[in-house]
Design a binder for this molecule. Structure first.
Ligand code: ZN
Length: 473
């Protein structure tokens, strides 16, 4: 059957309500025969796109081959095969002592072919997203990355696997998923056989709240896998300037959140810390004179150094960190800085918290600006954002939405396309208005026509590190 007749047929089916008649008789073999026989390649028009999804019907029921075929006919984005070398992250350069020999380094994310269930779950994940968004990045299912090097001077060499001292390949098992902007690739963590290793509910710990979109009580329920698929594609969309859209998603979220660098001085000043003078600090029955300034230095230093800051008057006292936190709370009761440090360190029990210091259950920020340690902000360190954004985002989307501006956008994106209601306007920025602009864009980067081609060509290395997603579990 000619392609134009197929388009006519699909258009008729899509508009006539005939889907209820057709879907039950389009068995798996018929479905694949229909698609292969009827279309030369990628489906261009939206009606055909919608109708193929209707015929494909339940992604959980169709086999791997049907999922792969459907993907190839709906999207220009590639699912990278095993052996593909386009998913990379630049690792800088090194040189010999005399500078005569130079090397370049990179991390190669090694794709594995998705297992049947992984591919089915991917189809569930992308189904609600605008088609053009899925074409913004290739997808790689990855279990391990390999460090590689090549000589760049005096001669140009081939990429070579780096090895450990014992000669074994220098590989790292992935713990989470990434969006790599330098090569426009979404990396989804999986097991060595291509199975979805994180396809379990995000859930919600009582008293702590949800880690991210999909775990908030009363909101959309997602597995980590589904969150990662939508979230990483959200990063790909949020990073781009698009025709008809006034700013990038990442810039929108930066202004919405009021994100800006802060400082240790800011979190050691009002309204986080308003104490002054000197007090007797009593730790385990032993007293010492400690200034309020030294106490606030010690509190902030716990996070900055991952331990008690050296040379500090509180550090010099005997006793555990939890005991000293308690003593500071007695001497200078109710200081918000102490409350923040308590919340992120589990009352002083865990000081390796730089990566999770955006999450402070039970603590209410004292002023119009929330000050946190952010390992995901660029540059990482003390960072501030609007308390109004905290109030608008955390109850709806969970904690990860306040970990950095780009994560805020990716979680908003995930939330919207998982059926959640977007947060209200903050700082004059209205998410529903922004997403309406985004969906109306016909930018050519949302390519939906033409033959699918190889992996996106790597461009200049991005200055920031890969944008990652909260590890599952
Ligand atoms: Zn992310």
């Amino acid at each position: 059957m000619a392609a134009n007749m197929q388009a006519t047929f699909l258009g008729w089916m899509n508009g006539s309500g005939a889907a209820s008649t057709w879907v039950p008789v389009v068995t798996d073999p018929r479905y694949e025969t229909f698609l292969r026989g009827c279309f030369p390649g990628l489906l261009a028009d939206q009606k055909s796109y919608n109708t193929v999804w209707t015929l494909y019907n339940d992604p959980a029921a169709r086999p791997l081959s049907a999922a792969q075929l459907t993907w190839s006919m709906l999207y220009t984005a590639q699912i990278l095969p095993a052996g593909a070398t386009s998913a990379v992250w630049p690792g800088g350069t090194t040189a010999s002592a005399d500078g005569a020999t130079q090397w370049e380094w990179r991390t190669l994310y090694m794709p594995v072919g998705p297992a049947e269930n992984t591919m089915k779950r991917l189809m569930v994940g992308v189904r609600p997203l605008p088609r053009g968004h899925i074409n913004m990045a290739n997808i790689a299912f990855v279990n391990q990355s390999q460090q590689q090097w090549r000589e760049t001077a005096p001669t140009s060499g081939a990429w070579t696997n780096a090895t450990n001292a014992d000669g074994s390949p220098k590989v790292t098992s992935l713990r989470t998923s990434y969006y790599l902007d330098n090569c426009a690739t979404v990396v989804i963590v999986c097991d060595a056989a291509g199975g979805a290793s994180n396809d379990f509910a995000i859930g919600n710990t009582p008293g702590e709240g949800a880690a991210g979109v999909g775990g908030v009580t009363g909101g959309p329920a997602l597995t980590w896998f589904l969150n990662h698929v939508r979230h990483e594609i959200g990063h790909a969309v949020g990073a781009r300037s698009l025709a008809g859209v006034s700013e990038t998603g990442n810039t929108f979220a930066t202004t919405f959140g009021g994100w800006a660098p802060s400082s240790a001085a800011a979190i050691k000043a009002a309204p986080y810390w308003t104490a002054s003078g000197t007090k007797k600090l009593n730790v385990g029955g032993v007293e010492a004179d400690v200034t309020a300034a030294a106490a606030s230095d010690w509190l902030a230093g716990l996070i900055e150094t991952g331990g008690e800051p050296p040379g500090n008057a509180v550090t010099n006292m005997a006793g555990s960190v939890p005991a000293k936190l308690g003593a500071i709370d007695v001497a200078w009761a109710g200081q918000p800085l102490t409350g923040y440090i308590r919340a992120i360190t589990n009352n002083g029990g865990n000081l390796a918290v730089k990566d999770s210091a955006y999450q402070f259950p039970g603590f209410t920020p004292p002023g119009p600006d929330v000050v946190i340690w952010s390992s995901r902000y660029n540059p990482s360190g003390w960072t501030k954002y609007a308390k109004a954004a905290w109030s608008a985002c955390v109850p709806k989307m969970g904690w990860y939405s306040v970990s950095s501006p780009v994560e805020m956008f990716a979680e908003m994106y995930t939330h919207k396309y998982s059926g959640g209601a977007l947060p209200d306007a903050v700082n004059g920025k209205t998410p529903t208005t922004f997403f309406a602009e985004l969906e109306a864009s016909t930018d050519t980067q949302f390519q939906t026509t033409g033959a699918a081609t190889g992996g996106a060509a790597p461009t200049n290395p991005a200055p920031a590190r890969p944008t990652n997603t909260l590890p599952a579990g």
